[in-house]
Write a protein that binds this ligand. Structure first.
Ligand SMILES: [Zn+2]
Length: 81
């Protein structure tokens, strides 16, 4: 993903662990599982939590880490010739 801001070009790069992470959260009590690369594992936590507590409302979130780097810092340092 690239974007121009002011006179520099920045690029977003997925983190070293670029896989999407999943977190299951119980909306009844607020408890949540450790984030995992497996959606099935996060859903499994929700099912186990429901079985243990009787709580019924859950939310699944997915997220990914990125870093922003200036990809062409010198391109606009000098005026065009
Ligand atoms: Zn709960």
């Amino acid at each position: 993903m690239r974007a121009h801001y002011r006179f520099a070009e920045w690029t977003l790069t997925a983190g070293a662990d670029c896989s999407v992470r999943y977190v299951g959260t119980c909306l009844d009590c607020g408890e949540f599982c450790v984030d995992t690369a497996s959606a099935d594992a996060a859903q499994g936590w929700c099912l186990r939590h429901a079985g243990l507590t009787g709580d019924k409302r859950f939310e699944m979130r997915a997220f990914q880490y990125f870093s922003a780097d200036m990809t062409d810092p010198l391109a606009n340092a000098s005026p065009p010739t």
